[in-house]
Design a protein around this ligand. Structure first.
Ligand code: AHG
Ligand code: MN
Ligand code: MN
Ligand code: MN
Length: 336
C-alpha cells in the first residue's frame, strides 16, 4: 500500500444526515434530509460562483467587467438568486426570508419548512480576498400553516437547524440540527462535503476579543469600560487579550468557534438596535454557539435565542463566544 494514508471511509454530509435522521425519530420523515441536500447544492454553486467572480474581479478576464464594489453587490444578488432557486427546486421549502429580499417569499406548492438566509455575508470584503459566507436557519412551518410571516416571526429556540458555509481556501460548512455542531469541508474533486470537525465544541475560555473598535465612541459607557478592561494585563495571566477582527461575521464566528474567545457587535448611539440581523445572522450563529457549548446574548445579557423578531429584518446587539468569556461580560453588566 502507498505510504500516504488514504482515507477509505469518508463520511459525506449526505451519509451523515441519513445516519442522524435514523437517530432523530422526530425528523424521520426524511424531509429535513432532502432540504439539507438542496442547501448543500446551493453552497457548492455559490462557492463555484465566488471563485469565478474573484478571478473575474481580480484578473478582469475577457468579457468580464473589471467592476469595483458593484460586482460585490452583484454577488449579493447572484448568491441570493442561487439560494432562492435551490430552495424553490427542493419542493419542501414554503417560505424564504433573505437579507436581499425586502419581503418574505412564499412558494406555490408543497413545503414544510421556512428558511432564513444571508446569502453572502461579508461581501464588502470580497475584493480583499477575505472569506465570505452564507448563513442559514430553518423553521418547521407552524401546524396547518400555508406559509405566512408567522412562520418566521418566532423565537430562535424554534429553529430546527442552522449553520453557515464559509468560502475560504476551502468551503467549510458548520451545521447543527439541535444535536451538537459538526463541520464539513467541501472536496471539490468529489463534489462532496466531508465530515472534518465531528462534535465540535468551543474552548471554555480564550483571551481573544473581536469587535469593531471604530465604533467605540458610540458605545454605552459600560461597554466601553468592559472592552478597555480586556486591554489590560489580566490578573490570571498577567497578559492582555489579543484583538482579532476580520469584518465578515462568518469568518469572525468561525475563528471564535475553533479558537474560542468573544465576538461582539453591540448596539450603539449610531445603530440603536445594532447592525446584525436577528433572523439570519444572530439566531443561526447563536444556535451554533450554544450547541458547541458556548453562549450568545444581547447587550443586556438576554439570551439571543429567547428573542422574537417583530419584523423580518429586525436587528440586535450580540455578544457570542466561549462561556467563560461571555460570563465575564455578563458580570460586567451587573447593575448597569
Ligand atoms: P453582510 O455582508 O451580510 O451585509 O454582513 C456584514 C456584517 C457582518 O458580516 C460583519 O460582522 C459586519 O457587517 C461588519 O460590520 P462593520 O464593517 O460595521 O464592522
Ligand atoms: Mn451578513
Ligand atoms: Mn449579506
Ligand atoms: Mn449586506
Amino acid at each position: 500500500a502507498s505510504d500516504e494514508n488514504i482515507q477509505t471511509d469518508l463520511v459525506t454530509l449526505t451519509r451523515f444526515i441519513l445516519e442522524q435522521q435514523r437517530s432523530l425519530a422526530k425528523q424521520a420523515s426524511g424531509e429535513l434530509t432532502l432540504l439539507l441536500n438542496s442547501l448543500q447544492f446551493a453552497f457548492k454553486f455559490i462557492a463555484h460562483t465566488i471563485r469565478r467572480s474573484e478571478l473575474v474581479n481580480l484578473i478582469g478576464l475577457a468579457g468580464a467587467t473589471n467592476a469595483t464594489g458593484d460586482d460585490q453587490k452583484k454577488l449579493d444578488v447572484i448568491g441570493d438568486e442561487i439560494f432562492i432557486n435551490a430552495m424553490k427546486a427542493s419542493k419542501n421549502v414554503k417560505v424564504v426570508v433573505s437579507e436581499e429580499q425586502e419581503d418574505l417569499i412564499v412558494f406555490e406548492g408543497p413545503g414544510n419548512y421556512a428558511v432564513v438566509c444571508d446569502p453572502i455575508d461579508g461581501s464588502s470584503n470580497l475584493d480583499a480576498g477575505v472569506s465570505v459566507g452564507t448563513i442559514f436557519g430553518i423553521y418547521k412551518l407552524l401546524p396547518d400553516s400555508k406559509g405566512t410571516i408567522n412562520d418566521v416571526l418566532r423565537s430562535g429556540n424554534e429553529m430546527v437547524a442552522a449553520g453557515y458555509t464559509m468560502y475560504g481556501a476551502s468551503a467549510h460548512l458548520m451545521l447543527t440540527t439541535g444535536n451538537g455542531v459538526n463541520g464539513f469541508t467541501l472536496d471539490t474533486s468529489l463534489g462532496e462535503f466531508i465530515l472534518t470537525h465531528p462534535n465540535l465544541t468551543i474552548p471554555h475560555t480564550r483571551p481573544i476579543y473581536s469587535i469593531n473598535e471604530g465604533n467605540a465612541a458610540y458605545w454605552p459607557k459600560h461597554i466601553f469600560d468592559f472592552v478597555n478592561s480586556l486591554k489590560k494585563p489580566q490578573p490570571s495571566t498577567g497578559k492582555p487579550y489579543s484583538a482579532r477582527y476580520i469584518g465578515s461575521m462568518v469568518a469572525d464566528v468561525h475563528r471564535t468557534l475553533l479558537y474560542g474567545g468573544l465576538f461582539a457587535y453591540p448596539a450603539d448611539s449610531k445603530s440603536k438596535n445594532g447592525k446584525l440581523r436577528m433572523l439570519y445572522e444572530c439566531f443561526p450563529m447563536a444556535m451554533l454557539l450554544e450547541q458547541a457549548g458556548g453562549m450568545a446574548v444581547d447587550d443586556k445579557g438576554q439570551r439571543i435565542l429567547d428573542m422574537v423578531p417583530s419584523a423580518i429584518h429586525d436587528k440586535s446587539g450580540i455578544w457570542l463566544g466561549s462561556t467563560g468569556e461571555i460570563e465575564k461580560f455578563l458580570d460586567s453588566t451587573k447593575g448597569k
